[in-house]
Design a protein around this ligand. Structure first.
Ligand code: URP
Ligand code: ZN
Ligand code: ZN
Length: 482
């Protein structure tokens, strides 16, 4: 067989285990795996380093306006470059519908914005206005184009759909084989806390942490799971930040629910003490749901090991620490006026590798699953996420011994801070390849903006998730002869 490229002498991480050998690439696809492969138009000596599937970042806000009208600091060029330096070869940012917008216009807008991506990409829609036209025309058209997932919110006044809106979306998504993702926090509980805190003059960044109680997430996760059960629709709970929330996911999964979930490095690495840094520094750590405490971190790690979470995503939501982002409402704005979110697309995988694999909390195969394979499977990217013949040659070569201190410069994004600054991490993604083309090597970008391609995705993969029938809807369908 003639190979365009052979990666030689790698420690190759496949879903079936890890072995030492060579990997051959032809026309952008993995063509062969063997102990030894001869030839190759180009030979890359991995020197025994880890050859892993490139990361797939399934939760990132890129070139996206928040509901409060703040534009994220990263566009598709800077966001994808940052992702690539952080070990990713593909990402799925959001295409956000704000109220009054048609789905067609939203997708056209993001198709323009995504033209500068250096890595492959798809979108999850965000739906904030489920009109009849959106439900009957806009969404089915998007699903047919391979945009087979969407996010809904149970919080934020301008995004919250209410239970009725969520039921409509879940129903349409299920009918079309699409996956609904949910930001689960009880909006009224948060607003009640905001009013109580404001009445006491408690508006510094540190109060953001207690304004969004664990109970608000747990209540909303429980409700979201119930709404999804009623409609028999699959559901993906994003950015789970509480032990109670993880337990609800675990219990529903044991019962057979069509349920998926993720957590994020910030909930494992940061605590509410970070929101209490001097002056307005705490604003850098404001995200929703908020970061919690050490006990929660330990609980979330236990759930990662127990398989409760399908992925660890960054929820990269970059707002600079200046008047374009966090401080848009002034240098001493009250916490409800500070943009929610923090950057992390470049830090996610080095952090997970170091804290997870190097510290013995997860295996290399777990790392590949949590960083890439599960997202590819769940979100219908059938040619990505695994090292196996026939798959896209989306590959990351990691040096598992190299150490690095996290710095802003290393993030290669358009931000003016990183919440992970100064952490000492072991394990560095040194060479990145998308569809057989080297995009990052020796600390240098080799890709051109526009090189990334849109990935049309399949229906959600529900293998192993049978669903839990609901008596009353089963009776209704049986009597109607459906
Ligand atoms: O605070 C966060 N996480 N901002 C980004 C938007 C979201 O809800 O994921
Ligand atoms: Zn969210
Ligand atoms: Zn998010």
């Amino acid at each position: 067989m003639i190979f365009d490229t052979v990666i030689h002498d790698g420690t190759i991480v496949t879903p079936g285990g890890t072995f030492h050998g060579d990997l051959g690439i032809t026309e952008g696809r993995i063509a062969a795996l063997a102990e030894r492969l001869e030839g190759g138009g180009r030979r890359i000596d991995a020197g025994g380093r880890l050859v892993m599937p490139g990361g797939i970042e399934a939760h990132a806000h890129i070139a996206q306006e928040s509901s409060a009208g703040v534009m994220s600091a990263d566009d598709y060029r800077s966001g994808s470059i940052s992702a690539a330096f952080g070990g990713n070869t593909c990402f799925v940012p959001f295409a956000a519908q704000h109220r009054g917008q048609s789905i067609e216009n939203v997708i056209a807008t993001y198709d323009e914005r995504s033209k500068s991506s250096v890595i492959d990409y798809s979108y999850h829609l965000i739906v904030s206005d489920p009109t009849e036209d959106v439900l009957t025309r806009g969404l089915p058209t998007a699903f047919a184009r391979g945009i087979t997932s969407l996010k809904v919110f149970m919080t934020y006044d301008l995004m919250n759909l209410g239970d009725a809106g969520m039921l409509s979306i879940l129903d349409v998504a299920r009918e079309n084989g699409a996956l609904t993702m949910v930001h689960a926090e009880n909006n009224d509980m948060v607003k009640w806390m905001n009013a109580k805190l404001a009445a006491r003059g408690m508006t510094a960044p540190k109060y953001h942490a207690i304004s969004r109680p664990e109970l608000a997430e747990e209540e909303a996760i429980n409700r979201a799971i119930s709404l999804a059960r009623l409609t028999d629709a699959p559901l993906f709970i994003v950015h789970v930040s509480t032990e109670g929330g993880a337990e609800l996911v675990q219990k529903a999964r044991l019962e057979g629910a069509k349920l998926f979930a993720e957590t994020c490095p910030q909930y494992l690495a940061l605590t509410r003490d970070d929101l209490d840094r001097p002056g307005m520094e705490g604003a850098k750590y404001i995200c929703s749901p908020p970061v919690r405490d050490h006990d929660t971190q330990e609980a979330l790690w236990r759930h990662i090991r127990a398989g409760t979470f399908d992925s660890v995503s960054s929820d990269h939501a970059p707002y600079r620490f200046d008047e374009t982002g966090k401080l848009m409402h002034g240098a001493d704005a009250p916490y409800p006026k500070i943009a929610n979110g923090m950057p992390g697309i470049a830090a996610r995988l080095p952090w997970l590798f170091s804290e997870g694999v190097i510290k013995g909390r997860i295996s290399l195969e777990d790392f590949a699953a949590l960083s890439s394979a599960n997202a590819a499977r769940i979100f219908g990217m059938t040619k990505k996420g695994r090292i196996a013949p026939g798959m896209d040659a989306d590959i990351a070569i990691w040096n598992p011994e190299a150490t690095r201190t996290v710095t802003l410069a290393d993030q290669h994004d358009n931000m003016d801070y990183t919440p992970f600054e100064g952490l000492e991490l072991t394990g560095v993604p040194e060479l990145m390849m998308t569809r057989g083309e080297v995009i990052v090597a020796d600390g240098t970008l080799h890709a051109k903006p526009g090189q990334g391609r849109f990935v049309a995705r399949d229906r959600v993969n529900l293998s192993g998730r049978a669903g839990i029938p609901v008596k009353e809807t089963s009776l209704m369908r049986a009597e109607a002869g459906e």
